[in-house]
Structure formats: structure tokens, C-alpha cells
Design a protein around this ligand. Structure first.
Ligand SMILES: *Cc1c(COP(=O)(O)O)cnc(C)c1O
Length: 335
């Protein structure tokens, strides 16, 4: 048995999800005529109390569309230096939107309103105009850390006051919400746009959604087209998203419980000096006296897969296809 903890994107559709996909009514979504895509977009927008949503092939695309909506040439995005939009989207802020980025530091990948306030550029010919702030919840490179609503509210208020757009890279937002018990609509009220991945812990094969105002999502359809993301009978994929929202949200808690146990098991190893606080389904271990390459190669001899996440860091992500049996087996093998 291979224990693959490289990512929660590795999950394969469950039987119920496959059946929902197989029987989905479809049409041409570029014409706006796919009933299942339309149903998914309406369902998720309503859940977050936002006006509209757009279904896209990836979370990189939904984030990059949001950046295009909220910037112009010679403007600037504020985000944490560990942000996915900066580290893992191929320089898209520059390549897609000709915008600059200001990177902030902060514990576990999170930033505060005070930091944002100090980072807004002055109205000065030398500086790119700050137009947008982007947050990430959960924070991947912060070890799956969670922003609470109370941490977001002051940032939202500041953005309102300064006329900045506020975007959320909520690739794993549902992981945060099942932990805190917060209401999706309260989150929807804080942001101009929210990106959510269906293809991670929610277990869909493909797809992300961008939520926002009617006007923004209308513009987003044009941007998606030029990014090459206009899909035709995409309802087969959207059906998986509807199924996941109905059946596979609450179970994310199980991933979190297993991640906490996995973190404890790792901490027992002499080569692991620290495990970042485990808040959701991401476990980041810091190594001592060995390298990620050496550690990971030992693990892979035991059919355990993980990813390097920094000079002395290795990441493990729990997911739908990692159950109690795999967790026990993981413990046995690393011992
Ligand atoms: C996975 C992920 C994305 C989007 O990734 P895609 O592979 O393009 O869907 C965006 N932000 C974060 C934090 C992610 O983990």
C-alpha cells in the first residue's frame, strides 16, 4: 500500500461523485447554457451570500482572474510573502496583470491590518498605486493555519476606508470553516472576491470557483475567456462540485484529526525537531540532522510520499483517501 501524502489534490472521485458526474445534464457553458455549471455557481454564491460565481479549471485561474479584476498596469498587490499567488502561480501577477507585489512577513503566513496600513503606497509618482490586498485561508505554507473572522474584520474595514479591493485565496476555505464553525455568509461579507478549490479536500477531479459581485463576475467571464478557461460541457465537472458541497464538506474534520495524530507521530522521530501547529489538514515537519531529500528518500523506501517544503521542511497533507488504516500503517512504517 502506497501512502501518498503529497497533496489533497490526489484524491479520486468517490462512487457517488462519479454517478453524479455521469448523469449530469450539460450544455455549452461558453454560451452560458450548461444547467449544471449554472446550478453550481448559484449554489455556492448563495452559500456565501455573494451575488455571483464563475466556475474555472483551476485555483490558479480564479486567483489570477481576481488579480486582473482588482489591478491595472503599474498598480500593486499586498500579500504575505508565503502567498500561493506569489510563490506558486508562475509570476502571474506580473505576467497576467502587469502589476507589482508588496510582500509582508507574519506568523504562520498571516498578516494584520496594522501591517497592511503601513504598506499602502503614498500617492506619489515614484510608487505603484496600491489597489488590492490578498489573503489566504487556510494558509498553505503557514502549515494550514486559519484566519478567524475577527482577524479579517479590521483588514476589511481598512480596505473599505482606503478604497482597496480585498481578495481571499480560499483554496481550502472549507477546511477553516469546518474547524471554526463560522458561517460562510459572514465570510462572503468581508471580501470583494473569494476563490475556492473543489479539487483539494473536497475531492473533485477538477475545478475552482470565483465568487464576487455580479459586475465583477461578468468581467471575470471575459478574463476567463482570454486565459483560455472557457469550457464547453463543463457540467460533468460542476456536478462533482455540487456533490462535494452536499456530501464531502463535514468529513474534512476527519482529515484534520488524522493530521494532528500524524503530527504527533512525526514529532516522536529524533530527526524531527518541530512540527508547525496543526490547525487543519497540513502538517509541516522541521528536520534536524538530516535533509528533506534524505528523509523523503527513506520514507519513499517505505512507500510513503511527501514533499519538500523548504530547506529543512517536509510537508504532509491528509485527505479523503488517507483513512485510519493508512494512519496506523504510517505510524508503523515510520517507527
Ligand atoms: C492549490 C492552491 C491553489 C490553486 O491551485 P490549482 O492547482 O491551480 O488549482 C491556490 N491557492 C492555494 C493556497 C492552493 O493551495
Amino acid at each position: 500500500m502506497i501512502i501518498d501524502l503529497r497533496s489533497d489534490t490526489l484524491t479520486k472521485p468517490t462512487t457517488g461523485m462519479r454517478e453524479a458526474m455521469f448523469s449530469a445534464p450539460v450544455g455549452d457553458d461558453v454560451f452560458g447554457e450548461d444547467p449544471t455549471v449554472n446550478a453550481l455557481e448559484e449554489k455556492i454564491a448563495k452559500l456565501f451570500g455573494m451575488e455571483a460565481a464563475i466556475f474555472c479549471p483551476s485555483g490558479t485561474m480564479t486567483n489570477q482572474i481576481a488579480i486582473r479584476l482588482h489591478t491595472r498596469i503599474q498598480t500593486e498587490v499586498i500579500c504575505h510573502k508565503y502567498s500561493h499567488i506569489y510563490l506558486y502561480e508562475g509570476g502571474g501577477i506580473m505576467a497576467n496583470s502587469l502589476a507589482s507585489v508588496k510582500l509582508l512577513d507574519g506568523d504562520l503566513g498571516k498578516i494584520t491590518a496594522t501591517q497592511v496600513a503601513a504598506s499602502i503606497n503614498p500617492d506619489d509618482i515614484h510608487a505603484p498605486e496600491t489597489t488590492m490586498v490578498s489573503l489566504e485561508n487556510t494558509m498553505n505554507k503557514g502549515g494550514g493555519s486559519i484566519y478567524t473572522l475577527d482577524e479579517i474584520k479590521p483588514i476589511h474595514a481598512l480596505c473599505r476606508e482606503k478604497g482597496l479591493k480585498l481578495h481571499l485565496d480560499g483554496a481550502r476555505l472549507f477546511n477553516a470553516l469546518v474547524e471554526t464553525g463560522e458561517n460562510p455568509a459572514d465570510w462572503g461579507a468581508q471580501f470583494d472576491t473569494i476563490s475556492i478549490c473543489l479539487s483539494k479536500g473536497l475531492g473533485c477531479p477538477i475545478g475552482s470557483v470565483l465568487l464576487g459581485s455580479k459586475a465583477d463576475i461578468k468581467r471575470a467571464r471575459k478574463v476567463r475567456k482570454v486565459f483560455g478557461g472557457g469550457m464547453r460541457q463543463a457540467g460533468f465537472l460542476a456536478a462533482a462540485g455540487i456533490y462535494a458541497l452536499d456530501h464531502q464538506v463535514d468529513r474534512l474534520k476527519e482529515d484534520h484529526a488524522r493530521a494532528r495524530k500524524l503530527g504527533e507521530m512525526l514529532l516522536d522521530l529524533p530527526v524531527v525537531s518541530e512540527v508547525l501547529p496543526v490547525s487543519t489538514n497540513i502538517v509541516i515537519a522541521r528536520l534536524e540532522g538530516t535533509t528533506p531529500e534524505e528523509f523523503m528518500s527513506k520514507l519513499s523506501q517505505k512507500d510513503i510520499k511527501s514533499v519538500k517544503f523548504g530547506a529543512d521542511l517536509v510537508r504532509f497533507v491528509t485527505h479523503h483517501d488517507f483513512g485510519d488504516e493508512q494512519l496506523e500503517e504510517f505510524g508503523r512504517r515510520i517507527r
